[in-house]
Design a protein around this ligand. Sequence first.
Ligand code: TYD
Length: 204
Amino acid sequence: MSILKSFIVFEGLDGAGTTTQIRNLAKYYEFNKREYTITREPTSNPIGELVRKVLQKKVETTPEALAFLYAADRSDHLYNPSYGIARLIEEGRIVMSDRYFYSSIAYQSVECDPSLIRTINSFPSPEFLIFIDTPVEDCMRRIDKRGEEKELFDRAEFLTAVRKNYLAELERLPEGVNLLVVDGRKSIEDTEKEIRMYLSSFSL
Ligand code: TYD
């Protein structure tokens, strides 16, 4: 099992606050003049854009086809010859990603065969995994407050199953993946501090 050094992955349910936290961490690295890259999945590359169209219900497909698209987007995200992040990581940059294959394990396993999802997501692990654990009710409230059109997975029953899958996956992480679970009900500032303190204990 290979581990990508200085690769920090943020995971959580929709509305958990990963995007806010990753941005704040990036500001911190900016301030400290560290070399970093911030990224996300689904990506803004062509395969990721197709995924977003499915999420926005503009393109209809099957859960399995969507699972393959997420995995294809991820493979491109890692290994694309022009912008793949694996090389950036090998060069020693800090790379932070808003979601990674844990999202596929948690979300796609609700509707697809979990062993298929695992097989198509045999990607290297990150050195750090930060899971923002927010109760489903809080996530739903935040999603509603955004006032945007609901995406494919923004349903309470679905997110309940996703959370269960996440928690099971966190129990089986391979050695070398450092996990921080933060309580998503805390204030943005407290969560931010907790994440910084944790990473700085590893000199990041
Ligand atoms: P999200 O982080 O909400 O993206 P954005 O805020 O930029 O729209 O991710 C989009 C959705 O895709 C979200 O519901 C989680 C889901 N997802 C999966 O189901 N599997 C995956 O592998 C990934 C990366 C995301």
